[in-house]
Design a protein around this ligand. Structure first.
Ligand code: ADP
Ligand code: MG
Length: 251
């Protein structure tokens, strides 16, 4: 059974631009799947997550996901409350369910933020802020977790630490995941499956299962080989997506 059933006929921003951001986009996601969504800037990835989350209801079509499914969201920037400590940022998100005392703290400790529980976001590094944002998204044990390019603008080792934390939490809690990225290596290293979207309005141009064994590092030979194979078969698919990050690519 699908945890998520998306059938968007059309999403137009009627105020302002009048742009149709999404058209005829349909896919289903089985429970617990880690789905990566890859597409060029402006193709509608953020719009898609807003629609799936129910933050944007002004669209034609349907999103089936259980009306009261618990949803976690990790935005492109950490979006922490600057006047609240790390602990209180996570506690703020806690739903008033049967309260497990110390839940926010336990999760923050699991994310190696033991020494930062009482620190304010302004005193945390970029990587630490993103760990708090991850903890906030996981604290209610979401059934559906949406992440919008969450690890961009971090240095490579910090981004990898966060990916490892994300995978560990996913393996423990098993939410259904939609992870938006424009980095093919990141998608290949994380996903069970990758949806490739065209330039806007984004349509699915390839729905790719990823069958590489875990763990996979973005720079591992297996990921690199899979990426090369894809680029050989679909030379146009990734145009404008996978900006060269390494010297040998730039050469
Ligand atoms: P992506 O996340 O893939 O970069 P977005 O979903 O942010 O793409 O945007 C898709 C298209 O919709 C773009 O052309 C963008 O300019 C437009 N758009 C996004 N948000 C708004 C908005 N609030 N009002 C008007 N147009 C928007
Ligand atoms: Mg976006």
């Amino acid at each position: 059974m699908s945890a998520l059933d998306v059938a968007i006929a059309r999403k137009t921003y009627r105020k302002g631009s009048g742009i149709t951001a999404l058209a005829e986009l349909a896919f289903a996601v089985p429970a617990g799947q880690f789905l990566c969504i890859v597409g060029p800037s402006g193709c509608g990835k953020t719009t898609l997550l807003s629609v799936v989350a129910g933050l944007d209801r002004d669209f034609e079509g349907t999103v089936g996901r259980g009306a009261d499914a618990r949803i976690g969201f990790v935005f492109q920037t950490p979006r922490l409350m600057p006047w609240l400590s790390a602990r209180d940022n996570v506690r703020l998100a806690l739903e008033p369910r049967p309260r497990e005392e110390g839940r926010a703290e336990a999760l923050l400790r699991e994310m190696n933020l033991n020494g930062q529980l009482n620190s304010y976001p302004g005193h945390l590094s970029g990587g630490q802020q993103r760990r708090v944002a991850l903890a906030r998204a996981f604290v209610n044990e979401p059934e559906l977790l949406l992440l919008d390019e969450p690890f961009t603008s971090l240095d490579a080792p910090t981004a990898q630490q966060l990916r490892d934390l994300l995978l560990a939490l996913w393996q423990k809690q098993r939410p259904t995941v939609l992870f938006v990225t424009h980095d093919l290596r990141e998608a290949l290293s994380l996903g069970d499956r990758i949806l490739f979207l065209s330039a806007g309005p984004g349509r699915i141009v390839l729905d790719l299962p990823v069958e590489l064994a875990r763990p996979r590092l973005p720079d591992s030979p297996a990921v690199e080989a899979a990426r090369k194979r894809l680029l050989d078969i679909y030379p146009d698919l990734l145009r404008g997506l996978d900006a060269p990050k390494r010297a040998e690519d730039a050469a």
